[in-house]
Design a protein around this ligand. Structure first.
Ligand SMILES: [Zn+2]
Ligand SMILES: [Zn+2]
Length: 129
């Protein structure tokens, strides 16, 4: 059974002339060269933090994948670097809640929330000292 936030990436060249490694290199594209008549499938994972990147799993990877202990989600390499540096959880739901609350408060004439402690869409510059 597929885990939540996992998916499948498919390149179907069963009815296509396909691509060679030389074709990909000429186009400046990296990725699998799927020849005529072949299908390429790979598992994907979605980053649980606000970037929401969909990452194609490399079955040969030996390094540990990023994981946030606060929201208990897989996080992509870029988000894992930020998380390692400051230990802050940037979960999608947390950022979305913050943005909605800021808009609600602005519409209702209420005092805005403090900014999130990182650069995020819900942060409106000049609110905090
Ligand atoms: Zn991410
Ligand atoms: Zn998190």
């Amino acid at each position: 059974m597929m885990k939540q936030h996992e998916g499948i990436f498919t390149i179907d060249h069963r009815a296509s002339p396909g691509l060679t490694k030389a074709d990909l290199a000429k186009a400046g594209v990296s990725g699998p060269a799927v020849a005529e008549g072949e299908i390429f499938e790979a598992a994907t994972m979605t980053c649980g933090h606000a970037c929401g990147a969909i990452v194609i799993k490399n079955p040969d990877r030996v390094r540990a994948r990023g994981h946030c202990h606060s929201c208990d989600q897989y996080i992509c390499d870029s988000c894992a670097i930020a998380y390692t540096q400051d230990g802050l959880c940037r979960a999608k739901a947390k950022v979305a809640d913050h943005v909605l609350e800021q808009h609600f408060r602005a519409d209702a004439g209420m005092t805005p929330l403090l900014q999130l402690p990182w650069d995020a869409p819900g942060n409106i510059s000049g609110q905090n000292p």
